[in-house]
Design a binder for this molecule. Sequence first.
Ligand code: ADP
Length: 615
Amino acid sequence: MKEERSGLLLDEAPGALIVTARSGEILGWSQGAQATFGYPPDEALGRRLDDLIGAPGQFEAEAAPRRVAWDGSLLVHEIVRQRRDGALIYVNMAWRELLDAQGGERRVAISLTDVTHFKLLRDSRLLEARYSELLEPTPDAIVIVNHTGRILLVNEQTEKLFGYGRDELLAAQVEVLLPAGARQGHVGLRREYFKRPRIRPMNNGLELHGLHKDGREFPVEISLCPLNSEVGPLVMTAVRDITERRRAEDKFRSLLESAPDAMVIVDAEGRLVLVNGQTERLFGYRREELLQQPIEILMPERFRGSHPGHRQNYFADPKLRPMGAALELMGRRRDGSEFPVEISLSPLQTEDGNLVSGSIRDITDRRRVERALHDKNIELENANRAKDRFLATMSHELRTPLNAIIGFTGVLLMKLPGPLTAEQEKQLGMVQSSGKHLLSLINDLLDVAKVESGKVEMQLAPLALRPLLEEVADTLRLAAQDKGLALHLELPPTELTVWSDRRALHQILINLLNNGIKYTDRGQVLLRLEAGDAGQARISVLDTGIGIREEDQDKLFNAFAQLATPSGRTRVEGTGLGLYLCSRMAGLLGGSIEFHSRWGEGSRFTLLLPAQPRN
Ligand code: ADP
């Protein structure tokens, strides 16, 4: 009966009524206690009271004066406690030891009243009187929060920015102003802040957002400032809506993206703070790999050491200019490969300080064109030089036989006609040979002109080589005999047929064989045909002539190459065009000419011809 009555009493008492053992173990838990703290009796009974509703560490100090007066007097104290849902509330706590007449276990009766609302209202009034005049005119939304996370004061900007009336915000948890996803984490961060309060921007590396009453989220920038007051430690939060700035940044970013060049923005320490998609593509990095890295990551290692110095100079006197004007600048991709770049720099003043933006253009293609032009110029210069040399040689070469012709014909004309004297016959012979020489010069020249202008067309057809070689040997047999040289022809037993142009091949072979005879004074000249690999034909002219000095060998196939005549040997008439023409024509036939020669011993020139035309 007694138990029942005390149970009834417990439940009907206004506020929370709790009975504990001296150890703190909960023995009685009223409906009011459940309403205040959220725990039903079966979760509360048997637990230690401080474990159940004790506030986290930093509030312990407040709990300190609470000592149970075992003399039975009543103690009253305002204290922070934690509800089942984690919210901190202010409670007025009164307790008294119950003296047990039967001398049993001593117990403590505790009555708690939630005074959060009154306390917050009181604190808020106090703060309002003190700070509101100060805070109203600031452009930022100001929210003053106490260490339990309750809002005590807001200014008009806050109402405008978040869409709540002042009354709706006062005493509310500050987390109502945060997007749902950020609330949980914020409670912890807020408690950490109160442990080490200092003035600082709120920044955990993430974009911060505010939540408007209508559910809309917007980007914000927040700075925190601790405030000590007689109502306990507070934090003053200044919230700035940065929607506009973000929009401007987005616009800037999309501008960067649409730029045709790789654009990078670098801060005064040389770190990359912004890069566009072209930068990712050009250098082969992903954006995350570049941001906050030193700009030197984009240049070859050998330039990295000196660059910070240049960079600092630039920051000292920033202006729009191309970089490294006279230098060949190189970029370095992630894979280590390098490419030529052109860079222009411009200073950028922003809220985040002085920055530099650089636009980087890959000029590989331009360099290639420049190089090609350069090579072409050299080629043209060489050609011009060759032409000059040609004119000098040619005017001499053409004039000499012409003078002979004019001279001797003049002499012949002055004398009366009649049978030729021995002298006249000799002179006429020279007229004839001069004329022939002029003709061959002119023919060579015309051939060169044709080959050079690409007007020579090869008529490829199956061609039996043995008869062709016999014909070539026959043509020059007399010339060899005149010099007392043996001319041999060495042919394979079976016919060798290639696809070739008869006229061109004939001309090449005449030239090579003629050279062999021209540059040989004793011994023999051999014309040899062999089958090479895969139906290739090898036609060689071997002589036992003067040979070619090693130092002259690589000039041999140049146009107008005429090598110095060995001493004691009369200069042979030539144009220096023969071998040049031969090699060009051999090329047009899909073949090539090789040679091997030893000074004073003789030479071997070999024409290699494919069995089938290439392509
Ligand atoms: P050229 O009309 O002067 O003979 P080529 O182009 O045919 O012009 O030959 C270039 C030079 O190569 C010749 O002037 C000669 O000095 C050298 N040469 C060519 N063939 C031989 C050879 N079989 N033996 C030695 N020297 C040769």
